[in-house]
Ligand binder design. Structure first.
Ligand SMILES: Cc1cc2nc3c(=O)[nH]c(=O)nc-3n(C[C@H](O)[C@H](O)[C@H](O)COP(=O)(O)OP(=O)(O)OC[C@H]3O[C@@H](n4cnc5c(N)ncnc54)[C@H](O)[C@@H]3O)c2cc1C
Length: 460
């Protein structure tokens, strides 16, 4: 055995590359195998490009609202090519940065597709090169999910990767699936001037989000011009010369929606299709690799992290799991803690949450809920973004915070305070007593906690 632990990581996404850097910092000899681009989905086809596009949508909103701030703005024009080019520049800068970081830490990066030969050996399909090590971390990620309906393979049906590679702005789109990815695309496109219809099978948009917050988001998406149809079960897509007709049912009624393009955002599925995991006997269930709380697979010496293990598929969780895995490979015994995993939606307004929704918390026992509407927050008024709400949910007996849910400006940054607090097992009183800077929207979190801990100041 070599002096240093030799770790082979499959996948250069956020599940893989931070783990590679962490392992190298801890003294391991690391080889990272990536078949496509460093940064994986998050940097190339997910978090970063979508947010770069939404930033362009935000500029449009500022232009449209400029009158309110006393600035007269005479119209605007969208140069879609330039919008996409800026997105590409942001992505390129970040992926270059990842390459440089890996190089600085002496991580060997191999461009190619890895397949298991045995539990300690991977082979690069394109070159036949073999990579051997003491441990393997699988961080091969996920791919867009599909639904088995007629017309799904039509020429105008796009998955999220294809949307991010569009050359021209469509006049109209039907978005199938009103989850996080669907609503973010809808928000971007409607701001650009595209006519957008979302078809969501469940009774409300963004399933899994606290219902009160989700329904506020739904109202604001509709106000922004998105046509939202919920309870809509899509049956098929017919491709016509100038449009695509999507047939769906709502209850026992059959309806149609037509558009130039159809966007399919019906979730993602873990992907280990090229690895031949069955050759080494790695257990997988319902399409995801099975791991224990230490991120170990069923085969000793093989670990897995990120989207490939299923569950919550988020970039920051993939990173945390990858780092947890390598710490365990290198001799620590550290279980993954899923108690305070934030999730964010970058719509206008933003939505962010951590912990239990009100519905789930109620199932667990007696709770208290503190609500503070952003109408009562000075900074929100300054920003002209008062249509929002902060909700703090605590356990009635001990006061421990079980969940925080925010819809409003800067929600995705503000949630970090609740994540830290929940990680430290804070009570609503702790949150209410922490001195918050003024004027900030974050004061609304303190006020919502105050509702539980003795009453808010800026609310009757
Ligand atoms: C449109 C969109 C928007 C999103 N927005 C957000 C967001 O705002 N915030 C957030 O937290 N999450 C977001 N996500 C989710 C986030 O991108 C994923 O959770 C995250 O990228 C998962 O990281 P990963 O490393 O597990 O997988 P991936 O990023 O998918 O990386 C896996 C890598 O492994 C490579 N690979 C696979 N098989 C092999 C093989 N056999 N050999 C070599 N290489 C291989 C792939 O090419 C890929 O680069 C978004 C996703 C999408 C699609």
């Amino acid at each position: 055995m070599a002096d240093k632990t030799r770790i082979t990581i499959v996948g250069g996404g956020v599940g893989g590359y931070p783990a590679a850097i962490r392992a190298a910092r801890m003294g391991a000899e690391v080889t990272l195998i990536e078949k496509d681009a460093l940064g994986g989905t998050c940097l190339n086809w997910g978090c970063i490009p979508t947010k770069a596009l939404l930033q362009s949508a935000g500029v449009i909103r500022t232009m449209k609202e400029s009158d309110i701030f006393g600035v007269k703005c005479k119209g605007y024009e969208v140069d879609f090519g330039a919008v996409m080019a800026r997105k590409n520049t942001v992505v390129a800068q970040l992926t270059r940065g990842v390459g440089a970081l890996l190089k600085a830490k002496k991580v060997k990066v191999i461009q190619g597709t890895a397949t298991f030969v045995d539990a300690k050996t991977l082979q690069i399909r394109e070159t036949g090169e073999k990579v051997q090590g003491d441990a393997v971390l699988i961080a091969s990620g996920s791919v867009p999910g599909r639904i088995p309906i007629e017309g799904i393979d039509g020429p105008d049906v796009m998955d999220s990767n294809q949307v991010l590679a569009m050359k021209a702005l469509p006049k109209s789109v039907v978005v199938i699936g009103g989850g996080v990815i669907g609503v973010e695309f809808a928000q971007f496109l409607v701001a650009m001037g595209t006519e957008v219809t979302i078809l969501e099978m469940l009774p409300g948009l963004v399933p899994g989000v606290d219902r009160e917050i989700a329904s506020l988001l739904q109202k604001q998406m509709s106000a922004a011009g998105v046509k939202v149809v919920t309870g809509a079960a899509v049956k098929g897509i017919v491709h016509r010369k100038t449009e695509n007709v999507v047939t769906y049912t709502v209850g026992d009624k059959t309806e149609t929606a037509s558009a130039e393009k159809v966007i399919l955002t019906v979730g993602r599925k873990p992907d280990f299709s090229l690895l031949d995991v069955d050759r080494v006997g790695i257990r997988h269930e319902r399409g995801a690799i099975v791991v224990n709380e230490f991120m170990e697979t069923s085969v000793p010496g093989i670990w897995a992290a990120g989207d490939v293990v299923g569950g919550i598929m988020l970039a920051h969780l993939a990173s945390a799991e990858g780092e947890c895995a390598v710490r365990n490979i290198l001799g620590h015994r550290e279980a993954m803690n899923y108690r305070a995993v934030p999730s964010c939606i970058y719509t206008m307004p933003e939505v962010a949450s951590v912990g239990l929704t009100e519905e789930k918390a109620k199932e667990r026992g007696e709770i208290q809920v503190g609500r503070f509407p952003l109408r009562g927050n000075g900074k929100a008024l300054v920003l002209n973004e008062t249509e929002g709400l902060v909700k703090v949910i605590s356990d009635r007996k001990h006061g421990e915070v079980l969940g925080v849910h925010i819809i409003g400006p800067h929600a995705t940054d503000m949630i970090a305070e609740a994540v830290l607090g929940m990680t430290m097992e804070m009570t609503a009183e702790d949150l209410a007593n922490a001195i918050h800077p003024h004027p900030t929207v974050s004061e609304a979190i303190m006020e919502a906690a105050m509702v539980i801990a003795g009453g808010a100041i800026h609310m009757p």
